[in-house]
Design a protein around this ligand. Structure first.
Ligand SMILES: *[C@@H]1O[C@H](CO)[C@@H](O)[C@H](O)[C@H]1NC(C)=O
Ligand SMILES: *[C@@H]1O[C@H](CO)[C@@H](O)[C@H](O)[C@H]1NC(C)=O
Ligand SMILES: *[C@@H]1O[C@H](CO)[C@@H](O)[C@H](O)[C@H]1NC(C)=O
Ligand SMILES: *[C@@H]1O[C@H](CO)[C@@H](O)[C@H](O)[C@H]1NC(C)=O
Ligand SMILES: *[C@@H]1O[C@H](CO)[C@@H](O)[C@H](O)[C@H]1NC(C)=O
Ligand SMILES: *[C@@H]1O[C@H](CO)[C@@H](O)[C@H](O)[C@H]1NC(C)=O
Ligand SMILES: *[C@@H]1O[C@H](CO)[C@@H](O)[C@H](O)[C@H]1NC(C)=O
Ligand SMILES: *[C@@H]1O[C@H](CO)[C@@H](O)[C@H](O)[C@H]1NC(C)=O
Length: 794
């Protein structure tokens, strides 16, 4: 997939607003085969393909017969009353106005007439030279007298030929109805799917195969017919596929989903799919003992065949953002860990997304899909959901007719050697270009850098841009998608207008800006000309380009032109937590609940840094100025300039110059010069006391024993008299148990030795517990400490 295409997708998404009007395919052919008459089914007109009709333009066959069912069953739609029989090769030809992805559907029904019994037919069907049905024989289920075969394929040609060819000379093929229509743009994107298997999760890059639909499921909902679907698809309920029915509980929302750019587009699945789901059924389980999966078994008829599994999600179960974290498994393999719909949907509830997975079927004959709570979910709110599932077979379309063409190709090869030389030259130039790009900024410090075009969260599969993508390095031009030109940045900041400065620091100045696409950003510009902060600059890009998380400020792009070092971040509306604590410019004091939620959010962000996809990134500069609040007071951890990956001993030149901010710095790091994630835990402990007491980490103007907040607060905490030093605004507003839990948590964070400090995961859990104690004192009192400890160990 080239950048050019990505950019086109991006532009498409930005400038074409999603409308609620239904989809109109550019090309749309519907044929009622073997008939003079038009047939209407689900409000769609299928044109008769017989000689006297318009549809006959499409047919091209030496010998073919129109057949009519003399005794159709009363419920059988007219489309199925007639069939066209091919006793030798025959075809339909359609001219296409547009290249792209198409739906091709074949309608079949069996009957006997004029000596033909349709169930004896055995034939091949080729679509655009691709063999999609091989030795096909109609196999009707007793409950059903029709069969629809649906294929989704790409064409780059203005003529599409569909060929029917009997398998033996005396045999025949037949067809009752044909649909060929253009799919919405980006319906299947051939990169970004998650390839799941015993090897872990990789990116699957080539979905341009032919897909055959096997299952299409409206999870938690009712059957949807072509009436209910803009692409005239049929979705069936999931109940019969549930392995353990009591594990799941159907949920229904009455609100239409919030479609967003970057999420699933309206045509991907109808509203009704996203408005219903199955969630974990905890009716018969105590709150704390609920660790289980919801599992579905979907039968697939072939072993060792690749399948595309498209899962649809829309958080219609959570009362607010950021409560739902779950894991997805396919065939028992971890397919997507810690799915966080809040961040996948850019902080919107009830906003549809889908994720594409690719998996090979095994000898069990089923594809098994499970969802279950993730380690990140709060033990009070374990849940997992699924709204829809589609399983499509990736057809292996190499057929016998391709072989002779290969031979012809070989002959051709000789004559095009010249062309190849040119091609090789082009490749050489490309490789040199990539190498140079790779070498210029030496930024591949944090393991593999995935191809994460953050701003190009394009048409579909969110797996492309989401956190948790464990894709190997693309081995090509790394962060290309994140580059922003200097002129665009000048435009965004009104040429670095001083009135737009929102901050300044060691690195340089931070400006508020607006990009062309109206995205508000914060532009951090290194001192022009100075390359001093280069390592920090590159580190920040390498870390942030890998991350998208609700509680971490995300990188929109960067610029490295004219010896400038510029980082462009999402703009976080309400600025640093510090300003809110110390009430600058008449800001309202934050309530205790707000403060707890902010601490929980920041802890979640840090926990993700320590344990998530990037694994082992240490922030190194946690303080109240580096925790930003958005318009809803959601905390976002910022400033990764000092971050580094993995616990390790600092380089010698750094060891004489321990980095971090005074007052927040881990004393052990000071002593040992050894950096671990527990150093962040220490700094976070200081932030916790700062939030509670509203005192700076260091205040040289106070008495000696009070200068250092950590020491001062610990002293009171140990005496059990923490309430004496809390923010006067909070006096009388914190429930005792909540304060006690909070104080204990902060105290543990500030333990002298890193090994004695809790992990960020534990801190997170304890803060959530403190919030629970504040919110619903009575209810939670019943839970004993023993129970709590059991669940907090992950
Ligand atoms: C079938 O529909 C087409 C397109 O609307 C129309 O031109 C044609 O006359 C119809 N044929 C019959 C037999 O009604
Ligand atoms: C019969 O099969 C068709 C196509 O496979 C499907 O649309 C329809 O819902 C089925 N009918 C029943 C009663 O299962
Ligand atoms: C479709 O693709 C083919 C081959 O790439 C090209 O020749 C043709 O012009 C394209 N047609 C349209 C309508 O873009
Ligand atoms: C993708 O798969 C198709 C069909 O199998 C094949 O023709 C094509 O060369 C593949 N493309 C890449 C980039 O692997
Ligand atoms: C599907 O369409 C039918 C016919 O228009 C309608 O009666 C039914 O309520 C629709 N179902 C849903 C879930 O929208
Ligand atoms: C579901 O599939 C698994 C194999 O993947 C099998 O062991 C299990 O028995 C199946 N369960 C049901 C209820 O079909
Ligand atoms: C959920 O299913 C996966 C895959 O089968 C399994 O590894 C995991 O332990 C299950 N989780 C629970 C809580 O049962
Ligand atoms: C497709 O078929 C070819 C030849 O039969 C085989 O070598 C190849 O492994 C198949 N590919 C897949 C993905 O099944």
């Amino acid at each position: 997939m080239d950048t050019h295409n990505l950019i086109i997708h991006f532009i498409f998404l930005i400038f074409i607003p999603f409308s609620s009007s239904s989809f109109t395919p550019t090309d749309n052919y519907l044929l009622n085969c073997g008939s003079n008459n038009n047939a209407t089914i689900f409000n769609r007109l299928f044109i008769g393909d017989d000689s006297t009709n318009l549809g006959s333009n499409f047919l091209s066959a030496e010998k073919s017969i129109s057949l009519t069912n003399q005794n159709p069953s009363p419920n059988l739609a007219t489309l199925y009353h007639t069939a066209r029989i091919f006793t030798s090769k025959g075809s339909y030809r359609f001219t296409l106005k547009q290249n792209g992805t198409f739906f091709v559907r074949f309608h079949f029904s069996c009957f006997k007439a004029q000596g033909f019994d349709l169930k004896d037919a055995k034939f091949n069907v080729l679509v655009g030279e691709k063999l999609v049905l091989s030795n096909f024989k109609l196999n009707l289920k007793p409950s059903n007298d029709t069969v629809i075969k649906e294929f989704i394929l790409k064409f780059e040609s203005n003529l599409l030929e569909i060929v029917f060819r009997p398998v033996s000379d005396s045999g025949f093929g037949f067809i009752n109805g044909i649909e060929v229509f253009s799919a919405p743009e980006d319906y299947v994107v051939d990169y970004g799917a998650r390839f799941v298997g015993p090897f872990g999760v990789r990116e699957y890059k080539n979905l341009s195969n032919v897909l055959e639909t096997i299952h299409r499921i409206n999870v938690g909902g009712e059957k949807l017919t072509p009436f209910n679907d803009t692409l005239w698809r049929t979705w069936i309920p999931d109940k019969d596929f549930l392995v353990f029915k009591d594990a799941a509980k159907a949920v229904v929302s009455t609100h239409t989903p919030d479609y967003q750019k970057g999420g699933a587009a309206r045509e991907i699945a109808p509203d009704s799919v996203y408005m219903t789901a199955q969630e974990m059924n905890r009716d018969h389980n105590s709150i704390l003992a609920s660790q289980f999966n919801i599992t579905w078994n979907f039968s697939v008829d072939s072993i060792g065949v690749r399948h595309l599994v498209r899962l649809h999600f829309c958080d219609i179960v959570s009362p607010s953002l950021n409560l739902l974290y779950f894991d997805v498994y396919i065939n028992g393999y971890s397919a997507y860990k810690d799915v966080d719909l809040s961040s996948l949907t850019f902080h919107m509830l009830a906003s549809p997304v889908y994720v594409d997975f690719v998996v090979d079927s095994d000898d069990s004959g089923v594809i098994q899909i499970s969802v279950g709570p993730s380690d990140l979910s709060s033990s009070m709110r374990m849940n997992a959901i699924l709204n829809g599932a589609e399983i499509m077979k990736l057809l292996n379309v190499t057929d016998s007719h391709v072989a002779p063409r290969k031979k012809k190709l070989l002959v051709l090869v000789g004559s095009i050697v010249g062309g190849i030389v040119v091609l090789l030259l082009v490749i050489a130039v490309f490789l040199v270009c990539c190498r140079r790009r790779k070498m210029k900024p030496k930024i591949r410090t944090v393991g593999s850098i995935g191809w994460t075009p953050l701003r190009m969260f394009g048409g579909s599969s969110l797996s492309r841009m989401s956190e948790g993508t464990a894709y190997p390095s693309p081995g090509s031009c790394g962060y290309l998608g994140l580059k922003i030109s200097f002129s665009d940045i000048q435009l965004a900041t009104n040429n670095f207008d001083e009135s737009l400065v929102i901050g300044s620091g060691g690195f340089g100045k931070v400006y508020k800006g607006v990009l062309r696409d109206n995205v508000k950003v914060a532009v951090k510009r290194g001192m022009p000309g100075s390359r001093q902060g280069l390592p920090e600059f590159q580190r920040e890009i390498s870390i942030l380009s890998n991350i998208r998380h609700r509680h971490l400020v995300s990188l929109v792009g960067f610029c490295e032109e004219n010896s400038e070092m510029i980082l462009v971040y999402e703009y976080v509306e309400k600025g640093p937590l510090k300003d809110h604590l110390y009430g600058s410019e008449g800001l309202q004091p934050l309530s205790w609940k707000q403060r707890l939620e902010i601490c929980i959010g920041a802890a979640r962000g840090l926990h993700y840094l320590h344990t998530g996809f990037t694994r082992g990134v240490i922030h190194r500069d946690i303080k109240s100025t580096n925790i930003l609040l958005d318009e809803d007071h959601v905390a976002k951890v910022a400033d990764f300039g000092l971050s580094r990956s993995g616990p390790c001993i600092d380089e010698t030149h750094v060891s004489t110059n321990v980095k971090g901010s005074f007052g927040y710095l881990d004393p052990e790091y000071f002593r040992m010069q050894q950096l671990t994630d527990k150093s962040d835990v220490y700094s976070f402990g200081v932030v916790l006391f700062e939030v509670l007491c509203v005192r700076p980490a260091v205040d040289p103007q106070l008495d000696r024993e009070q200068v250092n907040l950590a020491e001062w607060a610990l002293k009171w905490q140990k005496k059990g008299m923490l309430e004496n030093i809390i923010d006067p605004y909070l006096v009388g507003k914190i429930k005792d148990r909540s304060l006690k839990k909070f104080g204990e948590t902060a105290e543990k964070c500030l333990a002298e030795y890193g090994v004695d400090r809790p992990s960020m995961g534990d801190v997170l859990w304890n803060l959530e517990y403190s919030l629970q104690l504040q919110e619903s004192g009575q209810e939670v009192n019943a839970i004993t400490n023993a129970e709590v400890n059991v669940t907090s160990t992950t």
